[in-house]
Design a protein around this ligand. Structure first.
Ligand code: SIN
Length: 275
């Protein structure tokens, strides 16, 4: 197995591994701990293999809003047809941060990829936190922020391209709001990292709207610096797993006229502690 770092701060691609092979798991797990985003190239797996691999990390957390694979409801379909305009996950986000116990990780399997584009971009929340000034870190440590599913998957989403084409639904289940520390201590690595994201975080608790908006805007600009990013270019068969407590991600919607079809499984996490 060969593990190649994608950038200085985030991500690795893994060549020569087979996620079905029990003897490869420890090395894959170590790579995930070290790099937060891992792409296992060229996997020849079925939905059952995908589910078995996810089960090695924890229980599966079934997404309430994505249309599931009919034969395997644990798998969420991430699809954009050639004639559709909106992709799922186009805005920077952390999967399920609106839950009290946000998902630990997500495992995305590329079934069909466009001839160009359709990459996924990730940001590293630990290095982004480290890059702030000591006085600003002092201000953030101890703050909490609200996250919600309502404005993304609730009533308003019924007008989105993804809802109109039945790729997301269940807007009546978008009732989750959760309060998390702005700076968490990562449950596995112990590293400090930012835990706010542009899609699901609604405000910082206890601040005025103007104060909260200003701080979140500044953090979002900071986190998007290229030095905190890595980019995964997909080929059919690739499987990428990311740590939702250490990263943001977004799908790049630059392949209009082509189909992109992926299977995603999300793994349960735990309540997050302030750093
Ligand atoms: C997601 O947001 O989970 C999907 C990312 C992607 O399709 O690249």
């Amino acid at each position: 197995m060969e593990i190649r770092k994608l950038t200085g701060n985030l991500g690795a691609e893994i060549l020569g591994a087979d996620l079905r092979d029990e003897s490869h798991f420890d090395e894959i797990k170590q790579a995930f701990t070290d790099h937060s985003v891992i792409t296992l190239r060229d996997q020849k797996i079925t939905p059952d293999d995908h589910i078995r691999f996810a089960g090695k990390w924890g229980s599966i957390n079934v997404n309430r809003f994505f249309t599931p694979l009919q034969t395997h409801p644990q798998i969420a379909i991430v699809l954009k047809e050639a004639d559709q305009t909106g992709a799922i996950g186009e805005m920077w986000h952390t999967d399920h941060s609106y839950d009290h116990e946000p998902a630990m990780g997500s495992i995305l399997h590329a079934i069909e990829t466009p001839p160009f584009g359709g990459d996924t971009v990730f940001c590293a929340m630990g290095p982004a936190y480290d890059g702030l000034s000591p006085r600003f870190k002092e201000l953030l440590d101890g703050l909490y922020a609200w996250h919600s599913s309502r404005h993304v998957f609730g009533e308003a989403q019924a007008r989105s391209d993804a809802a109109k084409t039945n790729r997301i639904g269940n807007s009546e289940l978008a009732t989750q709001d959760a309060l998390h520390p702005v700076v968490i201590r990562h449950p596995l690595s112990g590293r400090k990292g930012l835990f706010v994201n542009p899609q699901f975080t609604t405000c910082i608790d206890g601040l005025s709207k103007a104060e909260s908006d200003a701080i979140l805007h500044m953090l979002y600009q900071h986190c998007q610096k290229p030095e905190y990013q890595c980019r995964v270019n997909w080929r059919p068969g690739d499987v990428t797993m990311w740590d939702n407590r250490a990263t943001w991600h977004k799908a790049i919607n630059d392949y209009h006229g082509h189909r992109r079809y992926m299977h995603r499984i999300t793994v349960e996490g735990c309540a997050l502690s302030a750093a």
